[in-house]
Ligand binder design. Structure first.
Ligand SMILES: *Cc1c(COP(=O)(O)O)cnc(C)c1O
Length: 301
């Protein structure tokens, strides 16, 4: 398996805005993709943006260890493990579910980079019952998915890497909603953010987003995955779409977030759901490590 080189910081100068060919979209509406996936193999996409303000706190407060939380396939937890390693912090991950005999490739790499893994029973994890005795004073706790004011503000700086005024719509994938909140915090009144949830139905997403933005009174537009069966599920249609998009544009996507995002946006455009004159920016939030769970040989990227 491909072992990423991690011992370097994310490089934001690699971010580009790539146009998807109109022949692929089957529409004249311009659709650009903000390639946050390019900044790093592992601390890719929105993960770096959501983490960097927490890392500043760790430095300012002279913390020695970083702790965070996630599932066994979490892009967040692998990004935390890599960032901790690069910055010279110890790290610990609380992982949802029992320890299996073989670790997922994500957790294997976390462990290789020095992260201590602590498995918690699913119900304890979901109720956030984390063993207090394991947490020390010089630990920095980063909430799951980087959810919090620092994560939201860090995500808002994503828009510093494009010509924000050129777009009417920003389309992003959502998990915890931290990134979407950051984007909503930065747009002007004539711009719209549309979130595409990676989860089938998520009744708390809007509340979580509004909680990060107490002064925001505008709409929170989001759609949930109705087609592919829910979180991290994929089928032949999605795999074919990913391969076709890659052939047409050289843009790789992942099965969990960005492929479903691109699929949904392009189908909305084909269905005429964006007004003429709209200029759409799709935020490529990275996450290509999500494809570790895809059977070998299905993807060409
Ligand atoms: C983690 C992740 C998300 C979800 O971000 P939230 O801020 O939790 O909503 C979206 N896309 C990719 C590729 C991710 O890895």
């Amino acid at each position: 398996m491909h072992r990423p080189r991690i011992m370097h910081l994310p490089d934001l100068s690699l971010i580009s805005t790539d146009r998807i060919p109109a022949s692929f979209i089957k529409s004249e509406l311009p659709v650009d993709v903000l390639r946050l996936d390019k900044v790093h193999d592992v601390i890719s996409g929105n993960k770096w943006f959501k983490l960097h303000k927490y890392l500043e706190i760790a430095q300012a407060e002279k913390k020695s260890r970083i702790i965070s939380f996630g599932g066994p396939w979490s892009n967040h937890i692998i990004a935390v493990a890599a960032a901790a390693r690069i910055y010279g912090y110890a790290s610990m991950g609380f992982i949802r579910g029992e320890k299996n005999e073989t670790l997922t490739p994500i957790l294997q790499q976390c462990q290789d980079w020095g992260m201590e893994l602590c498995f918690l029973d699913r119900s304890e994890f979901d109720q956030e019952k984390f063993p207090e005795r394991m947490i020390k004073e010089d630990d920095l706790l980063i909430p799951m998915g980087g959810y919090g004011i620092q994560g939201m503000e860090g995500a808002g700086t994503i828009l510093d890497h494009c010509r924000q005024q050129d777009y009417t719509h920003f389309c992003c994938a959502t998990g915890t909603g931290t990134m979407m909140a950051g984007l909503l915090n930065k747009i002007t009144a004539d711009q719209t953010v549309i979130g595409f949830s990676a989860v089938k139905n998520d009744p708390v997403l809007e509340d979580h987003i509004r909680k990060l933005l107490p002064d925001y009174r505008g709409p929170v537009h989001f759609e949930t995955d109705k087609r592919f069966g829910g979180f991290a599920r994929y089928n032949e249609e999605l795999i074919n779409f990913m391969n076709e998009l890659f052939e047409a544009s050289s843009i790789p996507t992942d099965i969990v977030y960005t492929a479903k995002l691109c699929y949904a946006v392009i189908h909305k455009i084909r269905a005429g759901e964006f007004a003429a004159g709209s200029r759409v920016l799709i935020i490529h939030s990275g996450g290509l490590t999500g494809n570790y769970s895809v059977k070998n040989g299905l993807l060409i990227m």
